[in-house]
Design a protein around this ligand. Structure first.
Ligand SMILES: [Zn+2]
Length: 609
């Protein structure tokens, strides 16, 4: 395990907002940042991130923690793995590799990614070598028009034509190469290089790891596939990654939209031409996993697909995935015979900009192409169109979308809309998807905060000195926050802490405080520390808490008085009854006064006793 000093150093060198923004688009909101939560199906930005505190919290699903927990949760790593990953990024050398790290999957993953890194360097060197890589270099720079900077930026490489060049370069790692999908096993039991005589495209995860390679055949012979993707490996799962995403992150958050292309070279050419928001689905139709990944970063996606029939089928499937992921989809129709790469190379970036400006909304593209396919086929054609749309709509969860399709279909086929709706009804009940259940709900806003929460909020914001809280209250006076307050007081009794939590030592103290709490209490305190600004002041919260405590006490006394009065009445002690009733009147007046001060609308916190 890393030492506390090492952890503190890693924390200090990293910016949580920057790390989070690699995975989701963040917007600043007051002192904090907001993002759509990557840990649940988030319709609104529920994830709050604080740069100063180094904490994140989702007010929708309750996920939260510090920078290590963020990496653990989003990359599905153990704590030592996350620490190692971040330590590597900032160049903090961990003195003790630790037990869990030496044998656990963390070192395994790091070893695989490390070997990929060396393999990428080997392929890159091949491309630069005059004899070996000349053909590949000429292909990329002359035929494809890539600049040397672009080749370097995307770390393109070349795999030579031999069957065992990679195997001989890394003789000690043959088994690992096989696990990475770079080497295959022949029936004879011999291993051989999978990527031969190919231009190499390394694939990087958003976290920065080199996870896979794809290769484009260089020779014109068509005995092998033009593109060879790597099979699934411990680092790479098909359909979960987008090529170029790590390079596109700045472009995506700048443009709030993505350009979706199929091929590796399409993507690279677009980036070189200034379309930094392009990502590639890697030669297949977009998968649900890829659409969800995009949803973390943008609102709108332009599909740039070829006009051939395979391209159209891919575009339809892609549209569906985008719609289901809650994205606005548009289709940019390329001129016949062109792909994004050739268009930009031959006609320039402005030609593409023009095509993007004329992109069609998803419904229009889908219905128009469908009707074009069945043109002149009369009633039979119309029936087939209806059947197609029925299949498309089945399971589609978006009401506006279904409605748009039905309305568009009615006007295009000149059929009554109600009839089409009835026709589509069956489709809905077949593949109906359960609505997303949002856990917890929105807990922000002062109306949800009791007095205890508000006092702690001001402590966390540094607007109320801890010493003042310690003067006025004991932990026992707090209800459900008792342990949280007791832990804070204990920290201050052990060693003099900073007067206010907003100072330079604040974040470290907050970390120590959180570290001592149960997971449930930790989550509550973190949520409180990232709550929205309360329109209130600390002194008011203090006096209200004190009043609420007095109110509780009065109410307890009133209950006791009522009990005593009943007893005295049963005993026939009239004098005692009168005496007690006078007291009761006095207490009732006090209660009424307190209730007025506290405010009728705000029910006093029920936790106080
Ligand atoms: Zn969430």
């Amino acid at each position: 395990m890393a030492t506390p000093e090492e952890l503190a150093e890693i924390r200090a060198r990293l910016d949580l907002v920057e790390i989070v923004s690699r995975y989701v688009t963040v917007h600043s909101s007051g002192a904090n940042y907001l993002a759509r939560c990557p840990f649940h199906e988030d319709k609104r930005p529920s994830l709050t991130v604080s740069r100063e505190k180094g904490l994140f919290h989702c007010f929708g699903c309750g996920a939260g923690g510090d920078i290590f927990q963020f990496i653990m949760q989003i990359e599905r790593l153990s704590f030592p793995e996350a620490v190692r990953r971040l330590a590597d990024q900032v160049g903090v050398a961990l003195r003790s590799p630790g037990r869990a790290d030496a044998s656990g999957s963390g070192s395994e993953r790091a070893r695989l990614a490390g070997l990929n890194e060396r393999v990428a360097q080997y392929y890159q060197r091949n491309l630069q070598r005059s004899g070996v890589g000349k053909r590949a270099w000429d292909y990329l720079t002359e035929q494809r028009g890539l600049t040397p900077e672009t080749v370097k930026q995307f770390r393109l490489g070349y795999a030579g034509p031999g069957w065992d060049l990679l195997l001989r370069t890394f003789p000690a790692e043959q088994q690992v190469l096989q696990r990475l999908g770079l080497v295959s096993l022949a029936r004879s039991g011999q291993r051989y290089d999978r990527l031969r005589d190919r231009v190499i495209f390394p694939l990087r995860s958003v976290g920065g790891e080199l996870i896979a390679f794809a290769g484009r055949r260089l020779s014109a012979e068509e005995t092998t596939p033009k593109y060879l993707n790597i099979a699934n490996s411990p680092l790479f799962k098909k359909g979960r990654e987008l090529y170029g995403l790590s390079q596109a992150l700045p472009g995506l958050s700048r443009e709030h939209e993505a350009l979706l292309v199929e091929g590796y070279l399409d993507l690279i050419t677009l980036h070189q031409a200034g379309f930094g928001q392009a990502v590639a689905s890697m030669g297949t139709a977009l998968t649900a996993g890829q659409a969800k990944l995009l949803r973390r970063y943008v609102e709108r996606v332009y599909i740039l697909y070829d006009r051939d029939s395979a391209g159209r089928a891919a575009a339809w499937r892609g549209l569906r995935q985008l719609i289901e992921a809650g994205l606005e989809a548009r289709v940019a129709l390329l001129p016949a015979g062109q792909d994004p790469d050739s268009l930009v190379r031959q006609q320039g970036a402005d030609a593409l900009r023009e095509i993007l400006a004329q992109a069609q909304p998803a419904t229009q593209f889908y219905l128009d192409t469908l009707i074009e396919d069945h043109r002149g086929r009369g009633v039979r054609g119309q029936e087939e169109i209806l059947a197609q749309v029925r299949g498309f709509i089945a399971g589609l969860d978006s009401l506006p979308w279904r409605y748009q399709l039905i309305r568009g279909l009615a006007s295009r086929l000149d059929l009554p809309q109600q009839e089409i709706e009835r026709e589509m009804q069956g489709a809905r009940t077949h593949g109906i998807m359960a609505p997303t259940v949002q856990q917890g709900g929105d807990q922000r806003g002062p109306e949800h905060q009791g007095y205890e929460e508000r006092l702690l909020y001001f402590i966390l914001q540094g607007e109320l000195p801890v010493s003042r809280l310690m003067e006025l209250f004991t932990p026992a006076e707090f209800g459900s926050y008792r342990e949280i307050v007791a832990t804070l007081f204990a920290l201050y009794q052990e060693a003099e802490g900073p007067e206010q939590l907003s100072g330079p030592e604040g974040p470290a103290l907050l970390q120590r405080w959180l570290a001592r709490l149960t997971p449930q209490d930790g989550t509550r305190l973190r949520a409180l520390s990232l709550s929205e600004r309360l329109d209130d002041d600390p002194e008011r919260a203090i006096s209200q808490l004190l009043q609420a405590q007095r109110l509780r006490q009065t109410q307890r006394q009133l209950r006791e008085l009522r009990r005593q009065i009943r007893q005295a009445q049963l005993a026939g002690d009239r004098q005692a009854v009168e005496q007690l009733q006078r007291e009761q009147l006095q207490q009732s007046k006090e209660q009424a006064q307190l209730l007025r001060e506290v405010g009728w609308q705000r029910t006093p916190s029920g936790h106080l006793s």
